[in-house]
Ligand binder design. Structure first.
Ligand code: ZN
Length: 506
């Protein structure tokens, strides 16, 4: 399915398969207009590299090589930069020497970030602040950051199509990341030789994004509850039906050997330069793989674990319940969300436009990557290893039930709550679809066997899954859903509900 990127033909075919299975199992359609699919309006925005050129004085700037536009919002018009003069404003430490707000009106300011590895010390972007009238903001001296995120900066962005009207007169500055070399070429000297207020050349040309409608679908099926008094309440089960899609081709075994040594958690680890000792280990691994078969180029991020495992686990749960003589008292709401990888869009859309009353969803259990978790993948991994995230953040009772169901059902799951810690840098609580539900005060539990070297790589393939582990997690998931759906009371929310529109904080 070519990596099932949201809205692509492979994603459409994958969803048609899920919907077909739901029909076969006799689940009630829970999507739009009596069908299993719910349309999620998505737009893809790609930097228009063919459209125009950007020139700074006599220097020709190549999009996505010499500069990387980044647009925080596609709902607000961007200020034009054609004809704008470039002005160096230095780093945050130079803010006392910054030219006045009015002096920067219509200029393209070049800010030097004190880049510390993965993050940037950004300029003050407050519209009322010193840069509030600038036409554009160029951030430079972030070469490591650009290297780490080059793929992200080059790739088209997928955003929820918005029908919100921008308030009259409100615009945003053009935001651009540039390698240090580009900034030096603009001014004809090194950054260290520049002083805040130094003027550079005038820009000619414009940056634009080409927009394409890539609307995609959630898949929604309902297993009707058996208790007439409770079947109007739903236990939601979720996974994501999309994956990353197609990337530049790489040799499967080379990238896997490299990641085994340098990026044991795949895209969750920043790539570094291998030492000679590391290079030796990579080479050794690759040599032994080469004895098994020749090089094999690949460009498809299959997402076998992420989230083929969760998606198909959910389908197994649906099948298991559909075959039972008696359904649970409450209804089960199965939702395969699209656009998770492009920013939790399918789950956001579903929870903003639920096809059952939002208040009738008593809990949501999300599964994302549930077929790995061995010691090769996770230092604490092993049989039954399962990361649990968010299960007590709204409901102590749900957190307790996760434990009780495991004990009572003798599932043998070994829970790891490490990634649920407040402020954990991986921020998993905010990074998968359950958060779209939690923001409305719906108690959630996020289950995952965790990261690995194949995360968001072309090597996330079925041959590396642990099917026993996959089955174990899936049985536990079914049992947990069954328990919540059969409670004699609605699961109790005893923690404060968040503001649904506020940014997520773990
Ligand atoms: Zn995922």
């Amino acid at each position: 399915m070519q990596g099932r990127q949201a809205g692509t033909a492979g994603n459409v075919r994958g969803n048609a398969y899920i919907a077909g299975e739901l029909a076969r199992l006799g689940l009630r359609p829970g999507g739009d207009q009596g069908g299993y699919l719910q349309r999620v309006p998505l737009m893809r925005y790609a930097v228009d590299t063919a459209g125009g050129t950007l020139q700074a004085g006599s220097v020709n700037l190549r999009a996505l090589q010499d500069y990387f536009p980044y647009q925080p919002s596609f709902d607000l018009p961007v200020r034009p930069i054609d004809g704008a003069q470039v002005v160096y404003i230095g780093a945050r430490a130079d803010s006392a020497a910054l030219p006045a707000r009015e002096a920067l009106q219509g200029k393209v300011v070049v800010f030097r970030s004190e880049a510390a590895g993965q993050s940037i010390a950004g300029p003050d972007m407050n519209p009322a602040g010193r840069l509030g009238l600038a036409a554009g903001i160029v951030i430079t001296d972030v070469d490591r950051l650009i290297a780490s995120f080059a793929g992200y900066l080059r790739a088209p962005r997928v955003e929820m199509a918005s029908d919100a009207k921008a308030p009259a007169g409100v615009t945003q500055p053009r935001l651009i990341f540039v390698p240090t070399g580009t900034a030096q070429a603009l001014f004809g000297k090194s950054l260290d030789a520049l002083r805040p207020g130094d003027a550079g050349p005038t820009l000619h040309g414009e940056i634009s994004f080409a927009a394409t409608d890539v609307s995609a679908t959630n898949v929604v099926g309902i297993l009707e509850g058996s208790d007439p008094a409770l079947r109007g309440e739903y236990v939601a089960l979720g996974a994501h039906n999309d994956a990353i899609g197609i990337v530049a081709p790489v040799d499967h075994d080379s990238i896997r050997a490299f990641n085994s040594v340098m990026r044991p958690r795949g895209a969750n680890d920043a790539p570094g330069e291998p030492s000679s000792e590391q290079l030796g280990r990579i080479r050794g691994m690759l040599d032994s793989l080469r004895r098994l078969h020749p090089a094999r180029a690949d460009s498809i991020v299959n997402g076998a674990d992420d989230d083929g495992s969760g998606s198909m686990g959910l389908l197994e749960v649906a099948e298991s319940f559909a075959r039972r003589g008696t359904h649970p008292k409450r209804s089960l709401l199965f939702v395969w969300h699209t656009g998770e990888e492009s920013g939790l869009q399918g789950s956001r859309w579903f929870t903003d436009h639920p096809t059952v009353p939002r208040d009738s969803i008593v809990s949501q259990i999300n599964v994302d990557m549930i077929a790995r978790g061995g010691p090769q993948d996770e230092p604490k991994g092993g049989p039954g290893y399962l990361q649990v995230i968010g299960s007590r953040r709204l409901s102590t009772e749900l957190g307790d039930l996760v434990e009780t169901v495991n004990r009572d059902g003798k599932h043998g799951m070994v829970f790891d709550y490490t990634y649920d810690a407040n402020g954990h840098p991986d921020n998993f609580y905010c990074r998968s679809d359950h958060y779209s539900y939690a923001r409305y005060g719906i108690p959630i539990a996020f289950l995952s066997t965790g990261g690995h070297r194949d995360y968001h790589q072309v090597t996330d393939e079925p041959e590396y899954l642990d099917y026993l582990q996959f089955a174990r997690v899936t049985r536990f998931l079914a049992d947990l859903a069954d328990r919540v759906a059969n409670l004699d009371h609605r699961i109790v929310v005893d923690k404060p509900k968040p503001d649904p529109e506020a940014p997520c904080h773990q």
